[in-house]
Design a protein around this ligand. Structure first.
Ligand code: CA
Length: 247
C-alpha cells in the first residue's frame, strides 16, 4: 500500500540532549522511533545504534521487495534482536556506555498485507481511523502492567510518579523481548509512532484533534511537537506520522 510519511524530533524545553531517534524509509515501508536511556552519551548512542541496526538488517534481508525470505513480522523481530546484539557489542567495546538501552517501536508496511508491528518499552503506535484514535501497543512499563491488570486508569498512568519505569528495553538486559503483532491498514488510516515525551504532555484526545486538523503528515509532526512543548516539553519529543493511500 502506498503511503506518505514524515518524522520530526525535538529535545523539548528541559533537556540539553536529544536521546530519541527515528527513521522513515519510504522505499522499504519502514517506520521507527527509539527513545534512548543511559548516562553519559549512552542514551543518544543507544537509540541511534538501534535505529541504524534495524534499518540495516531489513535492507540486508530484502524487506520491501520480493526477495524477502521471511514474514514481515518475523523480520522486524529479528531486526530488533540484531540491534540488541549490536548494543551489547558496543558496550563490550566501550565500558563508558555500560547500562545504555533504548525503547523501539517499528512498523513495516510491506506490500498490500497487514502492517507488521514490533515494540519494546513505552514508545507507542496509534492508528487514527474514521476519527477514532486507537493505541495499538501496550506499554512495557510498570504502570502499563497496572493498567492491563485493571488496577490503574490510562490517565492515572500518565501522571503516576513511577510512569518512567520501563520493564523491557533493547540493550540493558542480557536478552530482549520484542512484542510483535500484525495490524490491518486501510486507505485513509493515519499511523503515529511516538516517544513518551509526546504522550506524557498530551492526552489521547489532544493527539487525536491535532491529527484530525493537520493538513499533511509533516505538519502533523510539527504541530504535535509544538503542542507538547507548549505544555512544558519536559522530555525529548519524537513523532513519525504516516498516511495510508490507495492500494
Ligand atoms: Ca523519553
Amino acid at each position: 500500500m502506498r503511503f506518505s510519511a514524515s518524522g520530526a524530533s525535538d529535545p523539548g524545553r528541559n533537556r540539553a540532549r536529544n536521546e530519541d531517534s527515528f527513521l522513515v524509509d519510504a522505499e522499504r515501508g519502514l517506520l521507527l522511533v527509539a527513545d534512548g536511556m543511559g548516562g553519559h552519551r549512552g542514551g543518544e548512542v543507544a537509540s541511534q545504534l538501534a535505529v541504524a541496526a534495524i534499518g540495516d538488517y531489513l535492507r540486508r534481508s530484502g524487506a520491501g521487495g520480493d526477495a524477502a525470505a521471511a514474514a514481515p513480522g518475523d523480520l522486524l523481530r529479528e531486526a530488533v534482536e540484531a540491534a540488541h546484539r549490536e548494543l551489547l557489542a558496543a558496550v563490550a567495546r566501550d565500558g563508558a556506555l555500560a547500562g545504555m538501552g533504548t525503547t523501539v517501536v517499528g512498523v513495516l508496511l510491506d506490500g498490500g498485507g497487514p502492517a507488521a508491528v514490533v515494540h519494546v518499552g513505552d514508545s507507542r503506535l496509534y492508528r487514527l481511523r474514521d476519527g477514532r484514535l486507537e493505541l495499538l501497543t501496550r506499554d512495557h512499563t510498570w504502570v502499563g502492567e497496572q493498567v492491563a491488570a485493571g488496577r490503574l486508569s490510562a490517565e492515572g498512568a500518565r501522571v503516576h510518579p513511577l510512569r518512567n519505569v520501563v520493564t523491557r528495553a533493547v540493550g540493558c538486559d542480557p536478552t530482549v523481548r520484542p512484542e510483535a503483532q500484525e495490524t490491518g491498514v486501510e486507505p485513509g488510516d493515519l499511523l503515529l509512532l511516538c516517544s513518551d515525551g509526546l504522550t506524557a504532555m498530551l492526552s489521547d484526545d489532544e493527539i487525536r484533534s491535532i491529527l484530525m486538523s493537520s493538513s499533511e503528515v509533516g505538519a502533523a509532526c510539527r504541530e504535535l511537537i509544538e503542542a507538547a512543548n507548549a505544555r512544558g516539553g519536559v522530555d525529548n519529543i519524537t513523532a513519525v506520522v504516516a498516511r495510508l493511500e490507495e492500494r
